[in-house]
Design a protein around this ligand. Structure first.
Ligand code: IPT
Length: 974
């Protein structure tokens, strides 16, 4: 075991300076810290080091619980790697694993080991973030439903809360601990709680930190401060590597092209003050945005947090000094079932670099351009800031970063006004070991609107010495007898590339007219324009090895991939495909794997010994060009997938709300008789009518209230409490009274319906949308779902018990009827309780109908149909269900695919109408059961069109997708 503290190692680097007579010896003094538990993961002020190797930690956030198909975790992790993330950050969701105190489930879709395996298979480092509190727009912010009945406050130290928190940590640590790098796994950092900055109790943090340590977590601890508040950087509860998060564009995507001018320029100073001995870490940096019910939708978020945003804001982070950057989200997924907190709907696409159905996006490609640079150009990892001289420094901000080990310097240029859409030309004064220059010397350097550039100077790569370039570097690689570098800029922008050469008669060969060159004082200066496509410039005779400079326009650059060849550290280059997942070499054959969406022309740059190629195991015929690159075409074969037309399918229908009828037998329901609650909602009448108090934590809730009529009683008054987008419907003695948003509603003038003599029965159906989170650590997650007030009108003593109530939520409450699909899959609708959503339910005696429906229905309705799919091997066709209707009456619907609830639809709120059905949950090679429950809020609703549709069809090397266990009705545990 190593002692906590500073490890000092001195390494000698001998740097021969061409012009100096004697070599200079420079001593690099490294001061690395570790946490006293392991030296496998260390750090200094510049960056993290893993096994002594420095890296730029560039990760994306992934929530396995938002994609309940473990095979697809391998797919998504492979895409992370392809987009040049070298890490992944996992939140673990306590509530997802624990339906009941003491009960933990890590089987099937909850098998987190597979998530670790998927990260390892894709060669990704892992950050674990197990909370206990995670936020993440999930129900209770990740706390299990049963914790709502805990008396003590969450996220505060108390015997009860400590015990419950430790119960979870003990369960999840069994997975985190063996997956740490120290045990042969990939976990390198472990987060303590999340964004704990309001109402903080440092002893709680300390307790969590110690529990992780006691259980054997020995990698450095981290904390994600909600912005630069300084929490847990020092003192009780403080962590090894403090960091913060930031969402500079916020979460309102409704004006997606309007950007606030709020890029941070003060982080460097803050970091210097707060934790100067640690790398600057952004444990969550905005990678997209969530969207609320009724919001503008994820296309708008993708537009707002687009690739230009990624250029400006991520590069600004690097300029500020960040070398740990986790994008929240890398892939968002779906808040299926009741996973979401009330503000968000089923899709959690997030406008992330990889979309909900697993597709590439423009921002994904931008992430790849940046990531490849960050991993290639190593001097970028050890820099100090300086302020260069810029001619337009009132408009253009240029941050200088100077490597402390070499002469390499970087210039990060952007508009001072982040939102500026102007095109501005500027010059920078640079100082290199080859002299001082004002660049560009011959043509133009611009920042065009919302872009930012990283310019590299004085940089040795392979046999070359770059003096500077005004283009951005994607990557470089030596290919045996010649070196290759790919640079890029937006189309029509000019570039200047200055290379040190040993002879004046260097040969520059380019087919493009825009390319010109000159040699002066041993520096070859090449000027060119970035055009559509990629222009090769072949430079020979200037150094030991030739250089193939590939000058790409931006859109061409987005399709350059530089996969690291399996079992090596070298990259090969390929331009064209939609997605390149991997490359491997055996003998003289290079095998690529990836996805295409159309017939694709490609160009490949590989070492000279490669003579043949395959794409997804099929031979690929390529021709060698004069500069040694290879070109050819990958043919896309349309698989002609037969997508069933559900508007022509046979559907079965059943009405599904017998609870409305006064004589419905509710004897098995729970009697609502509590007089006390741990909720933060203050009851106004008794008994307590909060569903969670009776163990019902998800989905729809039914209540039935009975009272004897009298001539005094004139009606009743109800106050429903639930989250955004919730609604409730009331019936009296079988008659529909109305459907409402949450809040208070008085029911009077019930002429004819309210009995003055005999028993009256109120039936209430509450459509809930999950629980609040605990952002402020004030137990807000304990806000009730149910009724705060229920009293009769016309009588005295209205707050006391005047109605007898029964309550029913999901079958079994915390003792799940369906542990495989887990605590969030089903609520308390009659059909859910009866298992109508499940495969194998016999709907033989239901009515045959067609959908769209031609009848107005009142009360809850269920529809079922089956369909077959046969998506051939070698293709990926992520599927969806779309609702298309112009029904004016408000209704809500639940969509079940093979028993899994994958859609909560609100025709009156939107915005979501299309719901992703992940393969594995969906049987892409066989039959599927689709069920739709329709809950009218207004009287009479008509289910519109239900359409099955792929988002895209790709010829793909997606890893084989195993069917998820989808137990049928016979497996119900009641
Ligand atoms: C940040 C949370 O850490 C994360 O869990 C998620 O909720 C995210 O917000 C928004 O999607 S908190 C940040 C807004 C300060």
């Amino acid at each position: 075991m190593v002692a906590r503290g500073v490890l000092t190692s001195v390494s000698m680097a001998i740097m021969a300076v061409a012009t100096a007579a004697a070599p200079l010896v420079s001593l690099e003094k490294r001061e690395e810290s570790n946490n006293g538990l392991t030296d496998r993961v260390t750090w200094d002020k510049h960056s993290l080091l893993i096994d002594g190797e420095r890296l730029f930690f560039f990760s994306g956030e992934f929530h396995y619980y938002r994609l309940p198909s473990p095979s697809l975790w391998f797919d998504v992790m492979e895409k992370f790697k392809a987009l040049e993330f070298n890490g992944v950050s996992f939140y673990f969701n306590w509530g997802y694993h624990s339906p009941k105190k003491g009960v933990y489930d890590f089987d099937g879709v909850r098998d987190v080991q597979k998530a670790f395996d998927a990260a390892a298979a894709a060669d990704l480092h892992v950050i674990t973030r197990a909370g206990p509190y995670i936020n993440a727009e999930v129900d209770c912010g990740g706390f299990p439903g049963w914790l709502m009945n805990q008396h003590s406050m969450a996220r505060k130290s108390s015997p009860e809360n400590d015990a419950n928190s430790k119960e979870w940590l003990e369960a999840i640590d069994k997975y985190i601990v063996p997956n740490q790098i120290t045990k042969g796994g990939r976990v390198v950092l472990n987060q303590i709680d999340n964004e704990y900055a309001d109402n903080v109790d440092p002893y709680y943090m300390e307790m969590i930190k110690q529990k992780f340590a006691e259980d054997g977590v020995d990698v450095p601890s981290i904390f994600n401060d909600p912005n630069t508040n300084g929490y847990f950087a020092h003192g009780t509860g403080s962590v090894d590597i403090y960091g913060w998060d930031s969402y500079p564009l916020g979460f309102d995507c409704s004006n997606p092209t309007v950007w606030p001018n709020n890029r941070s320029t003060t982080w460097r100073d803050y970091h210097e003050m707060m934790n100067p001995g640690e790398p600057m870490a952004l444990y969550e940096f905005q990678g997209g945005a969530f969207d609320p019910w009724g919001g503008p939708g994820y296309d708008a978020c993708r537009t707002m947090v687009n690739e230009q945003y990624a250029k400006v804001f991520y590069k600004n982070n690097y300029a500020q000094g960040a070398t740990i950057q986790n994008l929240y989200m890398g892939y968002g997924g779906s808040s299926w079932g009741g996973l979401a907190k009330p503000t968000v709907y089923t899709s959690y696409d997030y406008g992330a670099p990889i979309s909900e159905p697993g597709l590439m996006t423009p921002k994904g490609y931008e992430v790849k351009l940046q990531g490849t640079f960050l991993h290639t150009v190593k001097p970028f990892w050890t820099t100090e800031h300086f302020s260069p001289k810029v001619d337009k420094d009132d408009i253009i901000l240029v941050d200088g970063l100077a490597d402390v080990n070499t002469d390499t310097k970087f210039y990060i240029a952007q508009h001072w006004n982040t939102a500026s859409e102007d095109k501005d030309e500027f010059h920078i004064d640079i100082e290199t070991s080859d002299g001082k220059f004002t660049i560009p010397q011959k043509n133009k350097l611009v920042i065009d609107g919302r872009e930012a550039k990283i310019l590299t100077t004085d940089y040795d790569f392979h046999s070359q010495h770059l003096v500077y370039t005004t283009s951005e570097i994607f990557t470089h690689q030596t290919m045996g007898s010649h070196d290759v570098m790919v640079v890029y800029a937006y189309e029509d922008q000019e570039g200047e590339f200055a290379l040190k050469v040993s002879k004046d008669d260097v040969k520059v060969d380019a087919k493009d007219d825009s390319v010109s060159h000159s040699v002066e004082d041993g520096i070859l200066l090449i000027n060119y324009k970035h055009t559509n496509g990629t222009t090769p410039i072949y430079i020979s005779g200037g150094s030991d090895q030739d250089l193939l400079l590939l000058v790409a326009g931006y859109s061409s650059a987005t399709r350059w991939w530089a996969p690291i060849v399996k079992d090596s550290k070298d990259r090969v280059l390929i331009q064209g495909p939609y997605l390149v997942r991997g490359a491997s070499i055996s003998d003289s054959t290079l095998a690529f794997t990836g996805d295409i969406d159309e017939t694709t022309d490609i160009e490949v740059v590989v070492p000279e010994n490669i003579e043949s190629f395959t794409w997804n195991d099929k031979e690929l015929k390529l021709k060698k060009s004069e500069h040694g690159t290879w070109t050819g075409t990958i043919e896309f074969k349309d698989p002609k997938i037969d997508i069933p037309d559900l508007t022509k399918a046979e559907w079965k229908y059943s009405e599904a709300s017998p609870e409305i009828n006064p004589d419905f037998d509710d004897s098995t329901w729970t009697t609502a008789n509590h007089l006390q609650t741990n909720s933060v909602t203050i009851p106004e009448t008794w008994p307590i009518l909060f569903a969670d108090d009776y163990g019902f934590h998800t989905g729809c809730i039914w209540l039935r209230g009975k009272f004897n009529g009298s001539s005094d009683i004139t009606g009743f008054n109800l106050t429903a409490v639930s989250g955004d987008a919730s609604a409730w419907v009331a019936w009296l003695n079988g008659e529909y009274l109305g459907g409402y948003d949450v809040g208070n509603q008085a029911f009077e003038d019930l002429n004819g319906t309210l009995k003055t003599d005999g028993e009256n029965v109120i039936s209430l159906l509450l459509w809930t949308t999950g629980h609040e989170d605990d952002w402020s650590a004030d137990d807000d997650y304990k806000t009730a779902r149910g009724f705060q007030k229920a009293n009769l009108l016309g009588t005295r003593n209205q707050t006391i018990w005047s109605i007898d109530w029964k309550i029913q939520g999901n079958l079994g409450g915390e003792d799940l009827a369906d542990p495989v699909r887990g605590p969030y899959n089903e609520g308390g609708l009659y059909g859910e309780r009866m298992g109508w959503h499940l495969p194998g339910f016999d709907d033989g005696d239901w009515d045959k109908v067609s959908v769209p429906e031609d009848k107005n229905r009142t009360g809850v309705s269920w529809y079922r149909t089956n369909f077959d799919l046969d998506i051939p091997d070698g293709y990926d066709a992520p599927m969806s269900i779309k609702f298309d209707d112009d029904t004016k009456t408000r209704y809500r619907a639940l969509l079940f695919i093979n028993g899994w609830q994958f859609g909560r639809y609100a025709n009156d709120l939107g915005p979501q109408t299309q719901y992703y059905l992940p393969s594995g949950i969906l049987n892409t090679k066989g039959s599927n059961t689709l069920a739709v429950a329709v809950i009218p809020i207004d009287k009479g609703a008509q289910l519109g069109k239900v359409i099955l549709e792929p988002y895209k069809v790709l010829e793909s090397s997606i890893p084989a997708v195993e069917l998820v266990d989808s137990p049928g009705i016979d497996k119900r545990q009641t």
